[in-house]
Design a protein around this ligand. Structure first.
Ligand code: ADP
Length: 464
């Protein structure tokens, strides 16, 4: 990640800077050349004027004076002056090298037509050519000044070196800043990865330390999300352990009773037949209890298995409740409890009928179980445009206020000794809860100790 950041930094910062510097150098070079050219052409025109006033091409009298002036100015300004006649032959050269040669240069030819010409040469030199106009605008010859652009070049090189030095300094500062920034980004990420690795090895107590220096909010959010996930995993792990220990405990109790019962018969010689019968009946009821627990556990496991397909189908909820009422009526009659069913609406919903039936069955079964003889249980079905509602109300023993929140926990029973007598496993409401959650519904409990309980189930009519 650090290297990616470095490359991105270079691309967006250094490269445009280099391009900009190159462009600036080029225009500065052009500017200097133009300036020098202007100066040279002025000089050529001054010389041309001197040649005209001395009548250089016709008279010999002032030649030496003019040539001395040209030599002096060429030496002081470090350039070479050549005077060409109208046939482009060099008649005077401050370096004396080319006198007598013909200079058929494009610059001289154009100057002969009366134009002032400045040309930069590829070798860094500059030519400036001005015509010498005699009387009647007659071109008599050309003054050609040749100068090296050395001064300009060396100034530019010096500036270029300085700019490169500045760019290098910026480059170093950028690398340093980039490492600092990437450190700020990657360090917390590394810590998060470290924690996740440890968690995957089973150390679920690991958490990412959230420091004040973690300015980047996304990374802080990631650390928080990682910690939340760790909390969740730890909770799942604890509840799994609790569940296993609860299951073991619940199965151990009937097994211990069976062991005590069978041992007492085995140890007693000549035990009467009635005693055998009585003990076997007790053992049988313990076996029934274990069977109930295992059946409930299997139902719960099936509900929890997300991969088991849920078959939502259009089902009449009225029919489910009518059948349920018919099924549980004998149980209510046995306790002299009135079991009333009010179907306020005709409801068909997209549900898994088996699971909804199971969920509601547990609620009505509990209402009958936890209502004393002669009590009343009321089951009501209602609906609006989106949901249907089933309320199961009883005037039974109720649930203590501080225990209401826990009744959906697996194996949770308000009064363990009493519930063992009623035959509860403590899994019924967990099954109801899972079944309702599968349907994206909700459950609300209203209960008052010694007054009664009302449980409201809401299930959407259609599943998204
Ligand atoms: P159980 O098999 O013991 O009935 P449940 O999960 O169905 O287990 O219920 C959990 C506990 O909630 C019960 O043991 C009981 O104490 C309490 N409970 C459930 N329904 C009622 C009710 N209608 N009235 C009073 N207490 C109830």
């Amino acid at each position: 990640m650090r290297w990616i950041l470095l490359i991105v930094f270079l691309l967006i910062a250094i490269v445009p800077l280099m391009i900009l510097a190159q462009g600036t150098f080029r225009s500065m070079n052009a500017y200097f050349v133009e300036e020098q050219g202007r100066e040279l052409i002025n000089q050529a025109n001054v010389i041309s004027g001197q040649l005209v006033s001395a009548d250089y091409f016709s008279k010999d009298s002032d030649k030496k004076t003019v040539e001395a002036t040209m030599l002096e100015s060429s030496q002081s300004a470090d350039y070479r002056v050549l005077v060409l006649d109208e046939s482009c032959m060099v008649v005077y050269d401050t370096s004396y090298r080319d006198v007598g040669k013909t200079y058929l240069l494009p610059e001289t030819l154009e100057a002969l037509k009366g134009k002032d010409i400045v040309r930069a040469q590829d070798n860094g030199g500059i030519y400036a050519a001005a015509s010498v106009m005699g009387e009647g605008n007659q071109v008599q010859g050309v003054v050609l000044i040749s100068a090296l652009a050395d001064d300009v070049q060396s100034t530019l090189v010096a500036i270029e070196q300085q700019v490169l030095l500045i760019i290098f300094a910026i480059f170093i500062t950028l690398i340093f800043t980039m490492f600092l920034i990437s450190h700020l980004f990657t360090d917390p990420l590394k810590r998060i990865i470290e924690v996740i690795k440890k968690m995957s090895q089973g150390h679920l107590e690991q958490r990412v330390e959230i420091r004040d220096g973690m300015i980047n909010t996304e990374i802080t959010d990631l650390a928080l999300a990682c910690n939340n996930m760790a909390d969740q995993l730890e909770r799942v792990d604890t509840s799994r352990q609790e569940f296993v220990s609860n299951v073991s405990h619940e199965l151990k109790t009937p097994l211990s009773s069976m062991k005590v019962l069978s041992e007492s018969i085995l140890l007693q010689e000549d035990a009467p037949k009635e005693m055998y019968l009585e003990f076997l009946q007790d053992i049988n009821s313990e076996v029934n209890r274990m069977t109930d627990i295992i059946n409930d556990l299997l139902t719960l496991v099936k509900l929890d298995q997300k991969e088991v397909p849920i078959t939502f189908a259009e089902t009449s909820v009225n029919q489910i409740l009518t059948e349920l009422h018919k099924r549980l009526l004998p149980l209510a009659n046995a306790k002299n409890i009135s079991l009333q069913l009010s179907l306020l609406k005709d409801v068909t919903a997209q549900i898994d009928s088996m699971k909804v039936s199971l969920a509601l069955n547990n609620l009505v079964d509990n209402a009958i179980k936890y209502t004393p003889e002669g009590g009343a249980v009321q089951v009501t079905l209602d609906a609006d445009h989106q949901n249907f509602f089933v309320t199961v109300t009883d005037n039974g023993i109720g649930i203590p206020e501080d225990e209401v929140g826990r009744i959906f926990d697996r194996f949770y029973r308000v009064d363990k000794t009493r519930d063992r007598q009623t035959g509860g496993t403590g899994l019924g409401l967990s099954i109801t809860h899972s079944a309702v959650m599968i349907h994206n519904g909700s459950i609300k409990v209203n209960s008052k100790e010694n007054e009664g309980t009302s449980i409201l189930v809401r299930i959407p009519l259609r599943q998204a």
